[in-house]
Design a protein around this ligand. Structure first.
Ligand code: NDP
Length: 309
């Protein structure tokens, strides 16, 4: 690990995670070459935390970009914090995890290990050829498997050195408690990655996570545009919020930078996704200004419990 200590957070297992991460979803809308290009640009700009997932169907493009940046000397493997996520696949969850472990063999990926492996959702899906198995009514087909057994499979990953750290995503307090209170728990989740932005500030979950030394990571911190199949229609556009814009103007920043800075100042690791070079750079410039306590309180007041996803 060689992350800048000022720009990273210590996890409950002793590892460090950079506080600003580069998101990579929307794979279905964007060509793989663009994903690879964006990750390379992000690495050049200075992002050291790259967030991915099995379900984004773009892991290979991302790993290819990282491998290229290692090969040309921009970074070393230890400079990159690479996150990916596994879907909880019903009764086959263990098989699925083991299979992915083989895929992660150093020879094939040349990344040697994952820095962070997350259980993507607290819901088991029925296994099948498709990513999401749908019934005749077009509804996702769920399965029944104890969340704790998926967690135990992740623990094996950490023990085997395939993942340096393990955590969860989209877990509410009750689901997190199930893991934290599991008899024989070997490793605590280091983080919980959830939707979080000024319109959904997750203050209660944040307080709980902090009390358990679990880092909260914010996704869709800009309110997302994301995949039209997933984003709810008719929600107000976060980046157009007049109060956020007024605070941005006061600091001579953009509303995007303010939305990202807001998370960092409340101790939340934040992810941001862009496939545009100018915006990738803009989003990285969030460590050189400070929101005042009054700004933070005002932004806290924007909470409307709106979920975009
Ligand atoms: P974000 O909230 O990061 O928003 C991305 C959108 O904002 C894109 O349309 C992007 O467009 C636009 N944008 C980015 N920067 C700027 C800027 N400076 N000015 C104006 N617009 C901008 O969305 P995501 O939902 O993608 O969340 C971020 C990441 O979090 C994901 O990529 C993924 O890695 C992770 N995530 C995890 C989930 C989970 O279940 N664990 C769920 C959802 C996301 P453009 O590309 O044109 O710049």
């Amino acid at each position: 690990m060689s992350f800048n200590r000022l720009l990273s957070v210590k996890l409950n297992d002793g590892n460090f995670m950079p506080i600003l991460g580069f998101g990579t979803s929307a794979a279905r809308k964007v060509a793989m070459s663009n994903v690879e290009e964006a990750v390379q640009v992000a690495t050049d700009v200075g992002y050291r935390h790259i967030d991915s997932a099995y379900s984004y169907l773009n892991e290979e493009a991302i790993r290819q970009a990282i491998r290229k940046k290692i090969a040309n000397g921009t970074v070393k493997r230890k400079d990159i914090f690479y996150t990916t996520k596994v879907l909880c696949m019903g009764t086959s969850s263990h098989t699925e995890l083991v299979q992915r472990g083989l895929e992660m063999s150093p020879k094939k990926l040349q990344l040697s290990y994952m820095d962070l492996y997350l259980s993507h959702f607290p819901v088991p899906l029925q296994p099948g050829e498709e990513l999401l198995l749908m019934d005749a009514q077009g509804k996702i087909m769920f399965d029944t498997v104890d969340l704790c057994s998926t967690w135990e499979a992740l623990e094996k990953y950490k023990d085997a050195g395939l993942a340096k750290s393990i955590g969860v995503s989209n877990f509410n307090r009750r689901q997190l408690e199930m893991i934290l209170n599991k008899p024989g728990l070997e490793h605590k989740p280091v983080c919980n990655q959830v939707e979080c932005h000024p319109y959904l500030n997750q203050s209660k979950l944040l307080e709980y996570c902090k009390s358990k030394d679990v880092v909260m990571t914010a996704y869709s911190a800009l309110g997302s545009d994301s995949d039209k199949d997933w984003v709810k229609k008719g929600n107000p556009v976060l980046q157009e919020d007049p109060i956020l814009n007024a605070i941005a103007e006061k600091h001579r920043r953009t509303p995007t930078q303010v939305a990202l800075r807001y998370q960092l100042q409340r101790g939340v690791v934040v992810l941001v996704r862009s496939f545009n070079e100018k915006r990738i750079k803009e989003n990285f410039q969030v460590s050189d200004f400070q929101l005042t306590p009054a700004d933070m309180k005002t932004i806290d007041g924007l909470n409307k419990n709106i979920r975009y996803l």
